[in-house]
Ligand binder design. Structure first.
Ligand SMILES: [Zn+2]
Length: 189
């Protein structure tokens, strides 16, 4: 990243982005493919998403969540209050992602979302996936992901296809308030 002209946007108390909340149309659109990853506009959007996800304390964010309907997301797994067992990884930009293969085996675990505040859902996800995407330098990558990282990837990929974790629940009974989640589950992690 060699963006310096975003400084004026990020060094104020008034961030240059806002997080789209459930109900906003941008969260229900299929996001557009990125055609020029190295273009200043794209690099600037990635930089802004990196700031947004860190300020929000999330482990991932997708471009539609900050009102840009583009096929880009950031994964930045790290242990935190909500995910104490999360592996530590450097914030990584994922562009034009594809999921090439899903394991048959699925598992349920709790997810939250910056666009669905104050709720947690017990979401079934494939345990292992094979993915292909472009990185911030425009290089194609292929990887096998498992467990929590595979979960983040599937959650963020859904945002690019107009879905949220609520759409993936087996039952509305698997949706609870965050305060209840803390009371019931936070100490078991
Ligand atoms: Zn989300």
């Amino acid at each position: 990243m060699s963006q310096t002209n975003t400084d004026t946007d990020t060094d104020t108390n008034n961030p240059s982005y806002s997080i789209a909340q459930l109900g906003h149309a941008v969260l229900r659109q299929r996001a557009e493919k990125v055609t020029d990853i190295l273009a200043a506009e794209c690099q600037q959007l990635i930089a802004q998403m990196m700031v947004a996800v860190q300020e929000a304390g999330g482990v991932g964010i997708a471009a539609p969540q900050i009102h840009h309907s583009k096929r880009i997301f950031i994964m930045c797994s790290k242990p935190n209050d909500r995910y104490p067992d999360a592996p530590l990884m450097a914030p990584t930009a994922i562009i034009n992602p594809e999921i090439l293969h899903y394991s048959q085996e699925t598992e349920k675990d709790w997810e939250g979302c910056l666009s669905v505040p104050s709720m947690r859902g017990l979401v079934p996800r494939h345990k292992q996936i094979t993915v292909r995407y472009f990185n911030q330098q425009g290089e194609q990558q292929q990887q096998e992901l498992t467990g929590f990282i595979a979960r983040i990837f599937q959650h963020e990929m859904d945002h690019l296809n107009g879905l949220t974790f609520i759409d993936q629940l087996d039952s509305t009974k698997d949706l609870i308030s965050e305060s209840e989640w803390y009371q019931q589950f936070a100490n078991q992690a």
